[in-house]
Design a protein. Structure first.
Length: 337
């Protein structure tokens, strides 16, 4: 009976770990029906070490974890990059949900099949080997470097906040992201197929280096407020642009020009600046005017993934575990965040 109770208890922890409010930070590794739990700042590293070469799912509680190398095909879920307040528990305990942060350099050396969601990265991202299949969803970087050392294919960033230098991108899709490309974004592959779709481009193309041939990308259905355009190898289609024209940009079409962020285009605030409370909802007039190639509004609230920072995992509260003979009874409240 002890073994049965222990296994069920670990599975119970796996349920709660999706978005738990805890005093001690933890990482839960799930492989099929089996679960292991690790505690402390190195719990993330320990879970990665214990994971199989493929098929492992790691769920991190809120709190700060030390970075670790990902050399396996694995999925990692966190509690998001912002603090959320929920209704009080029935016991009256604090039920606020803190961010899940990764401190230090996050290294990825896997060949593919890596998925990361709801994480706040406090250090650089280094992808050290060629990779095919890498997804970041609802993740956060500020003032960091995202560096790909080798060819990278089928890489996606979805609903992310990205204020970064980005080096040697090849086949990468940004969708419904807030982006500030800082200075050396020009170090994309000369043969790159970088697509920016339904994003908000805030600023900083790096005027002293942007003319390089390898600053190539396609920007679609987006809102572009950078003010500095110096690379005709880029193409813009169905974008609002705060410049009067794109003369000489072969392949660009169907754009709206001289659209400034401080002219009432947003309903929630009169600028493009990011904050954790921003929705970036467009004004009614802008929604009716700026329609993208897919029939939805341009910017980060259009397309298939409208702007939403909340991870897919639920918030579980008021967990109670009791033993009734040989049965383990679990009761809890699950809130959609």
């Amino acid at each position: 009976m002890k073994k049965t109770i222990f296994t069920l208890a670990m599975l119970c922890c796996a349920i709660v770990g999706n978005a738990q409010v805890t005093d001690e930070i933890s990482a839960i590794l799930q492989v099929g029906d089996n679960a292991q739990i690790f505690y402390g700042a190195d719990a993330y590293a320990q879970a990665l070490e214990a994971a199989p070469d493929a098929g492992g799912v790691i769920t991190l509680s809120s709190g700060t974890f030390n970075a670790a190398e990902i050399s396996k095909s694995v999925a990692v879920y966190g509690a998001g990059w912002v603090t959320e307040n929920s209704t009080p528990t029935t016991s009256g305990s604090d039920n606020s949900l803190k961010a899940t942060s990764i401190t230090g350099v996050q290294t990825i050396s896997a060949s593919g099949g890596v998925y990361m969601e709801g994480l706040r990265f406090e250090g650089n991202l280094n992808v050290t080997k060629a990779i095919d299949g890498l997804d970041f969803v609802k993740c956060w970087w500020y003032g960091k470097n995202l560096i790909f050392a080798e060819q990278n294919d089928n890489v996606t960033f979805t609903q992310c906040y990205i204020y970064c230098e980005m080096n040697k991108l090849h086949k990468v899709l940004f969708q419904n992201c807030w982006i500030y490309f800082s200075w050396t974004y020009n170090l994309f592959s000369a043969e790159s197929d970088v697509v920016i779709n339904h994003c908000l481009l805030a600023d900083a193309y790096g005027s002293n280096t942007v003319q390089k041939e390898w600053a190539r990308f396609r920007c679609l259905n987006s809102m572009v407020f950078t003010g500095d355009y110096k690379n005709p190898v880029q193409t813009y289609q169905y974008c609002t642009i705060d410049k009067a024209n794109l003369d000489g940009y072969t392949g660009s079409s169907d754009n709206w020009f001289s659209v400034s962020d401080n002219k009432g285009i947003f309903a929630d605030q009169n600028n493009k600046a990011y904050s954790d409370t921003r929705t970036f909802e467009l004004s009614d007039e802008a929604k009716a005017t700026y329609i993208g190639s897919d029939g939805t509004q341009v910017g980060i609230n259009g397309g298939n993934y409208p702007w939403n920072k909340t991870p897919h995992t639920p918030l579980v509260t008021d967990l109670k575990v009791t033993i009734d003979g040989t049965n383990l009874k679990v009761t809890y409240n699950a809130e959609t965040r």
